[in-house]
Design a protein around this ligand. Structure first.
Ligand code: 5AD
Ligand code: FES
Length: 351
């Protein structure tokens, strides 16, 4: 075995490596090593989750955003972006439709500062009242701890807040000065302490990313122990400062998914829409590399094109039912099964 193969074998046993070792593994990526990592990851995932794939219904509730992240199409400086905000009735209708299709988790996502805390709390309460067997996940950006607490008390179960990069200097190259790496980390810590099931995450191939910054992302997941980690390739958006930057690759994204699965065998790892955008079979490749979650879109078709985080985002013309059917077929074609379940993290190893 060469050095990289030894590191991979050790990661599989101990679920931990040093920063330098993670960087060495990332730099040693070859088709053979990717295949080995995917085989180990598949074995680790099957031991916890079998061939079950969890599904979450994503509802993009508003595209307004007060932030100006350099990579994101929803950034406030993008004047070509048509802004919308769904009303409660429409959001509740998306949930009802999703429930009928077998979704037991609804993810409400928006740009930052779209909705007041009071409105978020009312909405969460109403969704939980109508669908008590379902989990509600929020992905609405940064708030004060008291606000996160209020949303949790209203019934929210989970919160997704990608850390974007665990390297402070890198974070500062992806965001304008008013956004702070330390504040991001404080938000994640607050969410965890409050009792949410927390998801972090990062883009693969974002500008200025290196093996060292990625090694920090892996170390962060090892230490922070999130329940979920969203990882997708960076894809340039035409009306952002990063318009001319190259996209991340499906290969590196899949390799990192495999490494994350070995770091935390029970981690909820989505095969993201971004992965399906850079490669028509991206989500299948993500699942085969170790992902165990898919998040089809439940937003009304009328607004989907407006929630344009990056160029050529897929599933903007399909109805919710079409996306669900499409993903069922895609998963069963590779030997996996989408289940009607809240899809909570399995902590005791029992299937
Ligand atoms: N390419 C890929 N992912 C992106 N996101 C935002 N912009 C892009 C892009 N250009 C991701 C960020 C954010 C999530 C909602 O979408 O990681 O946290
Ligand atoms: Fe939306 Fe395939 S998942 S069309």
């Amino acid at each position: 075995m060469n050095n990289a193969e030894l590191l991979l074998a050790r990661l599989r046993e101990t679920h931990s490596l040093s920063l330098d070792e993670y960087a060495a593994l990332i730099e040693s990526q070859t088709p053979e090593l990717m295949q080995q990592a995917a085989a180990f990851a598949d074995e680790a995932r099957r031991a916890v989750y079998g061939n079950r794939i969890f599904v979450r219904g994503l509802i993009e509730i508003g595209s307004l955003c007060r932030n100006d992240c350099f990579y994101c199409g929803l950034r406030r400086s993008n004047q070509t972006c048509e802004r919308y905000l769904l009303d409660d009735e429409t959001i509740l209708r998306c949930c009802a439709e999703g429930y009928e299709l077998g979704f037991r988790t609804f993810v409400l996502q928006s740009g930052e500062g779209c909705l007041s805390v009071a409105r978020i709390c009312d909405l969460v309460r109403e969704i939980k009242r109508r669908h008590p067997s379902c989990a509600v996940t929020l992905s609405l950006g940064e708030f004060e701890r008291a606000d996160y607490q209020a949303m949790f008390d209203a019934g929210a179960d989970r919160y997704l807040l990608r850390h974007e990069t665990a390297d402070k200097a890198h974070y500062e190259k992806l965001h304008p000065r008013e956004l702070s790496f330390d504040r991001r980390m404080t938000c994640l810590k607050d969410l965890k302490e409050i009792g949410y099931q927390v998801g972090c995450g990062f883009m693969v191939g974002s500008p200025f990313q290196t093996a060292q910054t990625l090694a920090k992302d892996l170390k962060f997941v090892e230490e922070f122990q999130p329940d979920m980690c969203g990882v997708g390739p960076f894809i340039p958006h035409h009306a952002t400062p990063f318009a001319a930057e190259p996209a991340g690759t499906v290969e590196q994204t899949c390799y990192l998914l495999s490494l994350l699965r070995l770091i935390r065998p029970n981690l909820l790892l989505p095969a993201t829409t971004a992965l399906g955008t850079v490669d028509p079979l991206g989500r299948e490749k993500g699942v085969l590399a170790g992902a165990n979650v898919v998040m089809p879109n439940l937003s009304p078709v009328s607004v989907r094109k407006k929630y344009e985080l990056y160029n050529n985002k897929i599933c903007t013309g399909e109805e919710s039912a079409q996306c669900k059917t499409c993903l069922n077929a895609r998963m069963s074609a590779i030997g996996f099964e989408i289940v009607t379940d809240r899809g909570d993290i399995i902590k005791n190893g029992n299937l």
